[in-house]
Design a protein around this ligand. Structure first.
Ligand code: AMP
Ligand code: MG
Length: 426
């Protein structure tokens, strides 16, 4: 079969379904401080033991009262009501029950006194006896408007969180705001899955490390650095195995070592069908390997298997293919492995194409594209001119993938799917 026969290519969705069906979430967990838990995945539901807020409190600086006292009182000539101030409730103070027919001076976040059901904001009130209303109101009076509603400006107990409720589920990857939410129920520590250890290995006799001389016939190792960034961005622990030459013994030795040190192994290069591609044979010797011909571009040759019972991804060697296959294929697997229950696949936008495609493709393409938003709010994607799988400039220039389905022709202005990198690497 030629390389372009569609029949033996595996559709993207099938590859993802297979990977997710075999991905077993890690079970080992650890307790970490909430402040250090960003990007970690909860290993148990976070359940609140309390109501938040713990008591009714004021949403405004103002005066707390019984609404009925307002409607029962006589009106001034201006159609307002004057009531005495019986207490002052600063933040952190436990109030006394509100005397009937009086108001309490109250501040944002202060607890509502028993008996009060409404707060009037201070801007609508006038403290009498020439004070500014700050600090000296006891025994004084305040003039209040009557065109207000019962319950105004009160944040009810448990409005945000009720005692006994699950605030975040097991498998949730913690975002900055989640740390605040956990703290709001009094948690100082949380139970999260331990970080996955992901071994990365670059293969190829032609590869040299940056910082060293690059003799004729060689190229610098870029894949190692792309993968390092990708794994760091996922909040996982990286086990860097460096470069292995195109040699079966060396490849086997380093794969054995990687399987000992890490939970998962990712290699780049060496999984094509060239005679110097030794990764495939070594993995078969140490475990098992499926060599997929994925219906995606770039990234057709992709190996998945086990090395000494540790999951193994053999990504292509070409740098842009590494970027795409990691983001679109390895990433969802790794997230599930790390214990994530949702957000495995990126959210996709539908935007206007600033380009056309006249020949139908046999593989789903992930073109490195830049999303622009016009002043009128129209989102459109433009392509980098060099979409070679060997070229990385486009990946840095772009801010996402324009996804072109198999067999679809695109005309300028047509709708296309766009996956922002922020969905993948945030
Ligand atoms: P391979 O799959 O090993 O035949 O590699 C395919 C292409 O990717 C070749 O042009 C390699 O030189 C290139 N390549 C492989 N590994 C790397 C790497 N770590 N950094 C940059 N380019 C690479
Ligand atoms: Mg190679």
């Amino acid at each position: 079969m030629s390389c372009c026969d569609q029949a033996d290519l595996m559709p993207y969705d099938q590859a993802i379904a297979e990977l997710l069906s075999v991905a077993k979430p890690i079970t080992e967990s650890e307790i970490v401080p909430v402040a250090g838990a960003l990007g970690r995945v909860l290993a148990e539901d976070a359940v609140s033991s309390l109501d938040v807020p713990p008591a009714d409190n004021s949403a405004m600086d103002g005066y707390a009262l019984r609404y009925s006292d307002l409607t029962n009182a006589g009106l001034t000539t201006q159609g307002r009501v004057v009531l005495p101030i019986s207490q002052r409730i600063a933040a952190g103070v436990v109030p006394e029950a509100l005397n009937p027919g009086t108001v309490a001076r109250i501040f944002t976040g202060s607890e509502i006194p028993e008996g009060a059901d409404t707060v009037i904001m201070q801007e609508q009130c006038r403290a009498l006896n020439g004070t500014d209303g700050e600090g000296k109101e006891n025994g004084q009076t305040v003039e209040l408007p009557v065109d207000i509603n019962p319950g105004d400006n009160i944040r009810l107990k448990g409005l945000d969180i009720t005692a006994g409720s699950v605030i975040l589920n097991r498998g949730h990857k913690l975002l900055p705001q989640d740390l605040g939410l956990l703290a709001s129920i009094g948690l100082a520590e949380v139970k999260v899955y331990r970080r996955l250890k992901v071994a990365i290995l670059s293969t190829g006799d032609e590869i040299v490390e940056p910082g060293q001389a690059c003799p004729a016939g060689h190229i610098y190792n870029s894949n190692r650095y792309t993968l390092a960034g990708l794994i760091d961005a996922m909040g996982m622990e990286r086990v860097d195995m460096g470069i292995v030459p195109d040699d079966p013994e060396a490849t086997e030795a380093v794969l054995r070592q990687a399987a000992e040190l890490a939970d998962c192994i990712i290699t780049t290069g060496g999984v094509s069908v060239g005679e110097e591609d030794h990764v495939k044979a070594c993995v078969e010797k140490l475990g098992e390997l499926q060599l997929w011909r994925l219906a995606i571009k770039p990234g057709k040759p992709l190996a998945f298997g086990q090395v000494l019972d540790k999951p193994f991804f053999g990504l292509p060697g070409n740098p842009a293919a590494v970027f795409v296959t990691f983001a679109m294929v390895a990433r969802p697997y790794l997230l599930r492995f790390q214990g994530c229950e949702n957000g495995l696949l990126p959210m996709t936008l539908t935007v206007q194409a600033n380009f056309s495609r006249n020949r139908p493709g046999k593989r789903q393409e992930y073109l490195r594209a830049r999303l622009d938003i016009s002043e009128r709010g129209v989102m459109s994607a433009s392509l980098h001119t060099n979409q070679s799988s060997g070229a990385l400039s486009a990946a840095s220039w772009s801010n996402g993938f324009a996804v072109l389905p198999i067999d679809q022709l695109i005309e300028n202005g047509d709708s296309v799917k766009f996956i922002p990198y922020s969905e993948l690497f945030a």
